[in-house]
Each structure stands twice: as structure tokens, then as C-alpha cells.
Ligand binder design. Structure first.
Ligand code: ATP
Ligand code: MG
Length: 424
């Protein structure tokens, strides 16, 4: 016997038992984004490798070791997108959407990173991301963060998440700070782990968010980025905080929050949770005023975030927040007796015409009452509509309620649409 082929490690199927919760989450994401005036954009999954090297940064984890990069048949270097912001900026530049305009865009779809698969960390995963272009003032930062907070409220998980907030200042301020930090770290080099020693030279700010407690200890007394801020960066950050305060959105200031992508400046934020174990960040983003220009466009400020849909689904499941997900079917049509199924097919089509929103499944494949009722029950339907020879003669169906205690009843064909509507 030949061996069955398995999915690629870290790349998951989403089975029918899970797709209804995914669809519920996706519909909340779409609706809230649209309620704040954001429009959908769809980008390709494959882009030129240069796009990510230039935007995310050559010495970030993503570009150094996580990208799926290959040469296509023409010898061009292509990469399966590891994130969406760079793709969105590329598309905006290419189609003239950004310069001198405001754009509020969102996207959703698969991303690819060659990481060690574990709970909440996969090699193909899905992000919902949102980007606002053309607005340099802190109001949009607060608006986008408020939108994320509304997502958690709508999904019923707002009590289980924490907003962490920081400012990275401008590029110049960060460069001055970087020098001071490297001087400080050089004096503590013996206390750093190998990763941090390497980062000290390539990307020293990343040392700040090392998960290693020894490194964190070595960082005591390190210079603070905020001490290098000019008036504008300070005011911008205060502007964000004031607006979040006014909206009643709580946050924790975390001066070690630096993000793993190079393009951020000023405001950065993450939403974290304790309910997922080690993979505690569900959503992350910030301001990237230099990115559009860096990718060849005219200077345009930007602010955005991405959230991991797998981590949201895991969270909703582990917190038992999925009970409001509708089952697949509302009504199940059963037919018994010679040729009755032919009439059942026609009736089901008629009812679908009359009540298009109701999900009606007809039994196919024959079988006795017991078998058909079993299927009806398994479908999740609220009612079985039973047609037998007697029913056909009387122009009636037998309605059997599959959930709850309600008595079975006979109902004329023309009353059925009203019943189907009541199931919605
Ligand atoms: P982490 O610190 O967990 O590696 P990150 O900083 O690399 O996250 P971002 O690039 O900011 O993550 O992506 C935004 C969100 O996408 C994350 O907060 C997370 O919810 C999700 N995400 C990132 N990488 C993965 C992955 N490999 N598998 C599943 N979800 C992911
Ligand atoms: Mg990562």
C-alpha cells in the first residue's frame, strides 16, 4: 500500500468543524473595519524578495531566517509573503493610491514564515491587517487602536487582553539612542547571551525585548529612548495617550516594546494575553512614516497593525466564547416512501426561493426514518421537515423539532416559509 501524503509541517487544514468559528471571526473583522471607513485591498501571495528585504530589514529575524524564498523558472527571486504591510505599500505605490491622499485599507489572508511550529505559531498562518495612509497626526493612531479594542469587545475577549504601548521616536532620535545603547551594552557584553551579542551589532534595540531573564537583568540602568525624544515626538505620544484616556481604553506603557520589523517609528503597540501560553501577542502594529518613501513612493505617513487569526480562534475556543456560532443547517428535509423524494426536492427548491437566507438541506441517499432523523440531528438543524405519502396527499409536512421540547406538528405546505423565516 502506498503511503498517504501529509500536509507540509506547520501548514494546517481548517476543517469543517472549525470553519464556522473562522467565518464568525472574519465577519466581525470585516464589519468593524468597514464601520470605521476602511476598504478591502487584496494583494498577491508571492512578491519580489527585494520588497521584504528593503522594508522589513535585512537583519531582522523574518528576513534572516524565516522567509520562504525561491527562484522561479525565470531565475527571479520570489518570496511567499511573510506579512502584509510591505505588500500593501507596494500596491499603493504601484497604483498611485498613496501620494497626497488619505487611504484606509484592510486585508486578510495567509502569510508564511519558516518558524518552529508550536501552539499559536505556524508556517502558514493568517493575518488580518489594516493600514491608514496620509495622516501624520496622533488622532489616527488612537482611532486605529480604538478599532482594535472594539474587535475584542465584539468578540467578547476584551477582559482577557492588555494593550502595551511605546514610542520609538524619530529615526534621528533612535540613531542617537542606538549609539548610547551600544556603548552601554558593550560594557555588559559578558552578561549577554549569544543572540543579544549578535543583535548588539546588527539591531541593538531588539536586545531590549529579549525574553532571557539574564539579559533583562543586564539591562538594568540602560539608557532610555524617551530621554532622546525631541518636542515633536513627545507631543505626538502624549496626543495618542490623551485620546486613549478620553476613550476609556486602558494601556500599559512598556519602554522595552520595540517590534521585530525595522520600519516602525513613533507609536508602537501590541495586544497581549495570558490565555495562550508563550504565544501571547495577538495583535501588533504602529506608525511607519518612512516606509512608503523607502519603497520608492513619495513620502507618506502610515499607521497600521496585523493580528493573527489562529491565535484569536485559539483564544475564543479556550475561553469558551464560541457558543454563538450558528450550526451549518437550519432545516433538514426528510422523505419516506416511493417517489416522495422527487416532490421533496421540488418543495425544497420552492422554499429556498421564498426564504433565501434559511439554510435548508435535503436528505439524499435514501434510508429509513431512523437513519434520516439521525442525519438531521447531526446536521445541527433546528427542525426536520418530514414528507411521507400521507403528507403528500394532505399537502402537509410533519415538523419535528430537533432541539428543545416542542411537540411535533402537522403544517400545510404554504405555512412552511413562515416557519423557515422564524428559524433565522
Ligand atoms: P511573535 O513575537 O509572536 O513572533 P511577531 O512580532 O513576529 O510575533 P508580527 O510580525 O507583528 O508578529 O505579526 C502580527 C501578528 O501575527 C502576531 O501578533 C501574531 O498574532 C501573528 N503571528 C505572527 N507570526 C505568527 C506565526 N508564525 N503563526 C501564527 N501567528 C503568527
Ligand atoms: Mg515572530
Amino acid at each position: 500500500m502506498s503511503k498517504t501524503i501529509q500536509a507540509v509541517r506547520g501548514m494546517n487544514d481548517c476543517l469543517p468543524s472549525e470553519t464556522n468559528i473562522w467565518q464568525m471571526v472574519e465577519s466581525v473583522l470585516r464589519r468593524v473595519a468597514s464601520n470605521y471607513g476602511f476598504a478591502e485591498i487584496r494583494m498577491p501571495i508571492v512578491e519580489s524578495t527585494a520588497l521584504f528585504k528593503r522594508s522589513i530589514g535585512e537583519v531582522t529575524d523574518i528576513v534572516e531566517k524565516e522567509m520562504y524564498t525561491f527562484d522561479d523558472r525565470n531565475g527571479d527571486s520570489l518570496t511567499l509573503r511573510p506579512e502584509g504591510t510591505a505588500c500593501c505599500v507596494r500596491a499603493g505605490n504601484q497604483h498611485g493610491l498613496l501620494y497626497n491622499q488619505e487611504q484606509r485599507l484592510w486585508y486578510m489572508g495567509p502569510m508564511f514564515r519558516h518558524e518552529r511550529p508550536q501552539k499559536g505559531r505556524y508556517r502558514q498562518f493568517h493575518q488580518f491587517g489594516l493600514e491608514a495612509f496620509g495622516i501624520a497626526t496622533p488622532d489616527i493612531d488612537a482611532e486605529v487602536i480604538s478599532l482594535t479594542y472594539r474587535l475584542w469587545k465584539e468578540l467578547g475577549i476584551d477582559e482577557f487582553v492588555t494593550l502595551e504601548l511605546n514610542s520609538l521616536g524619530s529615526n534621528e532620535e533612535r540613531a542617537a539612542y542606538r549609539d548610547a545603547l551600544v556603548t552601554f551594552l558593550s560594557e555588559k557584553e559578558d552578561l549577554l547571551d549569544d543572540d543579544s551579542k549578535r543583535r548588539m551589532h546588527t539591531n541593538p534595540l531588539r536586545v531590549l525585548d529579549s525574553k532571557n531573564p539574564d539579559v533583562q537583568k543586564a539591562l538594568e540602568g540602560a539608557p532610555k529612548l524617551a530621554d532622546y525624544f525631541g518636542e515633536e515626538s513627545t507631543k505626538h505620544f502624549e496626543g495618542v495617550c490623551q485620546r486613549l484616556d478620553a476613550a476609556g481604553i486602558k494601556y500599559v506603557l512598556n519602554d522595552k516594546l520595540v517590534r521585530g520589523l525595522d520600519y516602525y517609528n513613533r507609536t508602537v503597540f501590541e495586544w497581549t494575553t495570558d490565555s495562550l501560553g508563550a504565544q501571547g501577542t495577538i495583535c501588533a502594529g504602529g506608525r511607519y512614516d518612512g516606509l512608503v518613501e523607502q519603497l520608492g513612493g513619495k513620502a507618506t505617513p502610515g499607521f497600521g497593525f496585523a493580528l493573527g487569526i489562529e491565535r484569536l480562534v485559539l483564544m475564543l475556543t479556550s475561553l469558551d466564547k464560541v457558543q454563538n456560532v450558528r450550526p451549518q443547517v437550519d432545516a433538514y428535509v426528510i422523505s419516506l416512501g416511493e417517489g416522495v423524494d422527487i416532490k421533496a426536492t421540488a418543495l425544497a427548491e420552492q422554499w429556498r426561493d421564498e426564504v433565501p437566507q434559511t439554510r435548508i438541506q435535503t436528505h439524499c441517499g435514501g434510508g429509513n426514518m431512523k437513519k434520516q432523523i439521525k442525519r438531521a440531528d447531526k446536521s445541527g438543524a433546528q427542525v426536520a421537515l418530514i414528507l411521507g405519502e400521507d403528507e403528500l396527499v394532505n399537502q402537509q409536512v410533519t415538523v419535528k423539532y430537533l432541539r428543545g421540547q416542542q411537540e411535533q406538528q402537522q403544517m400545510a405546505f404554504d405555512k412552511v416559509p413562515a416557519l423557515l423565516k422564524s428559524l433565522l
